[in-house]
Ligand binder design. Structure first.
Ligand code: GLA
Ligand code: ZN
Length: 675
């Protein structure tokens, strides 16, 4: 496999983070000290200018880029590269004062006042004009500097705007989407219900909180439109930058499983995927291992958006944040563990928010590499410097990738449809948790599944799990059928194939669109349980699974029954089935059980697909990156106690020692074995 080095200038892994020198322009001594300490911490890249609009353009049309140019140059002279952000994530007061349309209107129709950040209207022409001017100047004055290796578009794009311009744009978007055929929209939105009929596209309002929120089609299209409009805004910024500096790659920082935007629709416009990672380490509602493996899932979602290419962890904290319910410190050892986890999962960067704590305002107590004490003699600084040393050693890993023949289907449209649907138990839908739980069970078998959308080409996979695939996109059912007919191992669950892309129910039995035939079953009813309700599944192999939350009642057509319900009025009826299609198998698990209970099925699927598993001690994560020169096995001990791991052979790049057969990892210890 050919290596995909993100930044030949750096060559290895990126280490650094958000740097806000604009807060210290009156302290040249501190800026000087920053460079010295960055070098000491092994920082080779910083992100500049994320919120610098007011410093670049303190008054309309009065531009100052010299100060930033000096900083970029100084860093460059010291071997530190720059990720340059466009400043559209926060607006100066003069801008909102003069162009009020830049400020968003909220879901009750109230215009925001000036303030905060990340809250611009994506449609406003005036605002776009202002952004175009500053972005162009930015590219001309700073983007041409050899130290700039990547553009960072805005910051954590997100949110909705209900202003009259956005409403009108939404109506135009709908008119195009429905080919100016209002009857088609009425049919797809089922507007004969509750007199929801529209005569013209101009009658359609977005789902205002105090307005129309009961049309599923409308709610979904508003979400799709918001993604489309945000993408349109992002592309607009990219186009401006490219018109001046076409060769500089672009990214924007995603927020993991953020539900407001379908990131998969944005990914193709970006050269590199990056995201901001802020887990609640050491919380009181889950184990540390669980927190870590939730992060691993998020990394996999990001990685899978550009398969075969590393992604970047654009932000993380070296110590604590200031916005969690409880802002707890990372325990000793956890910093290194979390940095190596990002790399293990396919990131070619470890970056922080922030380099230095500001003296005042909203984020003055957010963790940073350099604290208010201003010293490099601190626990956090030493942790960061140690991570910097280790990342240097791991340089050969840069450009290698995590690759796999197993995928989990996790779809944004499906998320939105499940959130919105009036069915099931409102508190127990848990689509995300269900997907994450299954993904983690595979991870415990040493399998780093890709996480893909339902329109993804599945031909590169041999095992696919598609939990709760309630909404089927056009083509998804064909895709799944082709996968199984080609010999793939597929598993679906309760709540699959109920509605089409417009959220209209399939007639003639679920799962629709030909999936009944693929699985050989019809789902006749779905039972939702109160939290204390339980059922069981007696599996043919003698095991018994526990059922919580949901149980579908099946009619079996031509599938083999692998398990039946143990209780209630549907006792004895089918709960787990399999229909074979040549070498391919289509499994259906009709009730919610823990992912752990399904493990034997997962193991069988992997075995039938010829994929070998690697079982590790409890709390040890295992990931593999590979490139043309071989592979790197990552072992992460998420336990506080040491663990012995057998079957390890090769050079540990962390300790520089050769491992033969067995190694002991200390609590929170890591090993990277080169093969
Ligand atoms: C986000 C933002 C940063 C900062 C951090 C704090 O990720 O992008 O600007 O506010 O959160 O955790
Ligand atoms: Zn707007």
């Amino acid at each position: 496999m050919e290596k995909k080095i993100l930044f030949p200038q750096i060559g290895g892994l990126v280490h650094g983070g958000d740097y806000n020198p604009d807060q210290w322009l009156d302290r040249p001594d501190i800026l000087e000290e920053d460079v010295r300490m960055m070098k000491k911490a092994g920082v080779n890249c910083v992100t500049l200018g994320v919120f610098s609009w007011a410093a670049y353009e303190p008054e309309e049309g009065n531009f100052h880029f010299e100060w930033m140019e000096k900083i970029i140059e100084k860093l460059y002279q010291n071997g530190i590269y720059t990720i340059l952000s466009t400043p559209s994530g926060a607006r100066p007061a003069w801008l909102d004062g003069r162009y009020i349309e830049a400020m968003r209107v909220d879901s009750r129709g109230v215009r925001d006042h000036h303030g905060k950040r990340h809250n611009h209207c994506m449609t406003s022409e005036r605002f776009r004009e202002k952004v175009a001017v500053i972005d162009r100047m930015l590219a001309e004055h700073l983007g041409t500097h050899p130290g700039v290796i990547l553009y960072h578009i805005s910051n954590e794009l997100g949110g909705e705007c209900f202003c009259p311009r956005c409403v009108q744009k939404f109506q135009m978007y709908l008119a195009e989407r429905y080919e100016y055929d209002i009857d088609r929209l009425n049919a797809e939105w089922w507007t004969s219900f509750w007199s929801h009929h529209y005569n013209t596209f101009s009658e359609i309002e977005p789902p205002f909180e105090n307005g129309e929120t009961s049309v599923m089609g409308l709610n979904m299209e508003w979400k799709r439109f918001t993604t489309w409009n945000m993408n349109n805004f992002m592309q607009f910024e990219i186009d401006v930058l490219r018109s001046v500096t076409p060769d500089i790659p672009v990214t924007t920082n995603f927020m993991g499983l953020f539900g407001g935007l379908d990131y998969r629709k944005m990914a193709p416009k970006l050269d590199v995927i990056s995201w901001d990672n802020y887990p609640c380490y050491h919380n009181d509602w889950e184990t540390f291992t669980e927190t870590m493996s939730d992060t691993a899932f998020n990394h996999a979602v990001m990685r899978s958006m550009k398969r075969g290419k590393p992604f970047m962890m654009m932000e993380s904290t070296p110590s604590l944040v200031n916005w969690h319910k409880v802002n707890k410190l990372k325990r000793p050892g956890v910093h290194k563990l979390s940095c190596v986890q990002a790399v293990a999962c396919g990131s070619d960067s470890v970056q922080y928010f922030q380099w230095r704590k500001g003296r005042g305002s909203y984020e003055q107590f957010h963790g940073a590499v350099v604290d208010h004490a201003g010293t490099d003699d601190s626990r956090v600084f030493r942790d960061v410097a140690e991570a910097g040393e280790l990342l240097k050693k791991l340089a050969p890993v840069a450009g290698t990738t995590v690759s796999t023949r197993a995928a989990l289907l996790f779809d944004w449209d499906n998320r939105w449809a499940i959130w919105d649907v009036k069915a099931l138990g409102q508190e127990t839908k848990k689509y995300e948790r269900t997907c994450i739980g299954i993904w983690q069970e595979f991870m415990k078998l040493g399998i780093d599944m890709d996480v893909v959308g339902s329109d993804e080409d599945l031909s590169r996979y041999d095992v696919v799990v598609a939990p709760m695939l309630y909404l089927l996109q056009p083509g998804t059912a064909d895709n799944l059928r082709a996968f199984v007919e080609r010999g793939g191992q597929l598993l679906a669950t309760y709540f699959t194939g109920y509605v089409d892309d417009a959220q209209l129910c399939y007639l003639g039995g679920f799962p629709g669109d030909g999936l009944k035939e693929l699985f050989g079953i019809v789902s006749e009813e779905i039972d939702s349980y109160y939290p204390s309700d339980r059922n069981g599944i007696a599996m043919k192999d003698g095991s018994r699974w526990e059922v919580v939350d949901y149980a579908e009642i099946l009619k079996v057509q031509d599938a083999e029954v692998l398990g039946t319900y143990t209780d209630d009025f549907y006792q004895g009826s089918a709960a787990v089935t399999c229909k074979s299609h040549g070498k391919g198998n289509a499994y259906y698990v009709a009730a919610r059980t823990s992912a752990g209970e399904m493990r034997p099925l997962f193991e069988k699927m992997l075995a039938d697909a010829g994929i070998s598993v690697r079982k590790l001690p409890e709390g040890v994560e295992y990931h593999v990156r590979s490139g043309e020169e071989g592979s790197y096995e990552f072992y992460l001990n998420c336990n506080t106690e040491p663990v012995k791991i057998a079957g390890v052979n090769g050079l540990d790049m962390v300790t520089d020692r050769e491992v033969r057969e067995e190694m002991t990892l200390p609590g929170y210890g890591v090993a990277v074995i080169r093969q």
